[in-house]
Design a protein around this ligand. Structure first.
Ligand SMILES: [Mn+2]
Length: 323
């Protein structure tokens, strides 16, 4: 199949849906939510009322995108058979929806699942897949679908698309920044995207305690000379002591890429249920951090990747260790 036929099939799925449901990722990020909300706005304009589901809460700083819509969040009550199309954007893996088994059962029973993504994936999980690893953000693919389908890009759609592009290019600064991303962002600007709200939502939403927590985390930065990686760690008790949730460290992994003399950076964060989340970043062209992430059961992009491993972080004489 040509790339164009993938677009055509994705568009047909969207146009044919009378009762669709969007499944957001657990711990949804800006590109995933922006991509989904752009499609929600477009379908609503076409007279369709999509349902939106997210297995966890939408981060406060991204709620401006939702504009007061109801987000279903009870996975036990969710009956996918009720819907004629499920849509997942920017997932990388179906696991990240938090309702993998439900979605797989839905597909096995003949349900249609549209998967739009720019992550490196071996086996796309949708019945219709639009995957382009070269795209700066999933929001770029959504923009192309909307243009192909003849939708007018209004201010709400433009804001949603711009959020995805700004977040995934780290404000037009990382290697994912392309002419295509810049051109689409400019068009979103021209169509009335709420630019100030986008920047405030993504970069200017931290309270004082959050920056104090950042200070603590930055003071723990250490270089591993064997691997050439600079790393730091975040404990569950750090969040408790500062009265913050993990929203407070959003953007920290990207901020560390401002380090000049390192091959890569890694942030290890204790999350609930005895799990440790690792976020890897590099700015170097000769390093592919997704290889390390994949070896540890995760995945991602060459310059930004992540993984989750079981355990807790403990300080020993040799430094921080996972036990
Ligand atoms: Mn993305």
């Amino acid at each position: 199949m040509t790339v164009f036929s993938h677009y055509r099939k994705a568009l047909e799925a969207l146009l044919g849906a009378k009762n669709p449901i969007f499944i957001l990722l657990q711990s949804v990020d800006a590109d995933a939510l922006g991509s989904t909300m752009a499609l929600v706005h477009a379908l609503e304009k076409a007279g369709v009322q999509p349902t939106i589901f997210c297995a966890s809460a939408i981060p406060t700083f991204l709620q401006f995108l939702v504009k007061g819509r109801v987000i279903e969040n009870d996975g036990n009550k969710l009956n996918l058979e009720h819907y004629d199309l499920a849509i997942v954007t920017d997932a990388g893996s179906i696991h990240r929806t938090g309702i993998q088994s439900k979605l797989e059962a839905y597909v096995q029973n003949g349900g249609r699942l549209l998967n739009i993504d720019h992550h490196h994936v071996h086996e796309p999980f949708g019945t219709v897949n639009l995957i382009d690893e070269m795209a700066s953000a999933t929001a770029v693919l959504v923009y192309d679908i909307l243009k192909l389908g003849g939708w007018a890009i209004d201010a709400d759609i433009a804001t949603s698309i711009l959020v995805g592009i700004v977040a995934d290019t780290d404000n037009f600064s990382n290697a994912g920044t392309t002419m295509r991303a810049l051109t689409i962002a400019a068009e979103c600007y021209a169509k009335g995207a709420e630019v100030r709200q986008v920047w405030r939502g993504l970069y200017r939403h931290q309270p004082l305690q959050a920056l104090q927590l950042w200070g603590l985390i930055l003071s723990r930065l250490e270089r591993n000379d064997r691997w050439g990686i600079v790393a730091t760690i975040i404990l569950q008790e750090d969040f408790k002591r500062h009265g913050l949730s993990d929203e407070a460290i959003d953007g920290l992994a990207n901020f560390l890429s401002s380090l000049s003399d390192t091959k890569a950076t890694m942030v290890l964060t204790e999350i609930l249920d005895n799990q440790i989340k690792g976020s890897l970043r590099t700015t170097r062209d000769d390093i592919d951090v997704s290889k390390l992430a994949t070896a540890l059961g995760g995945g991602g992009h060459k310059k930004a990747a992540g993984f989750t491993v079981p355990g807790r972080l403990v300080r020993t004489e040799q430094g921080w260790r996972i036990v």
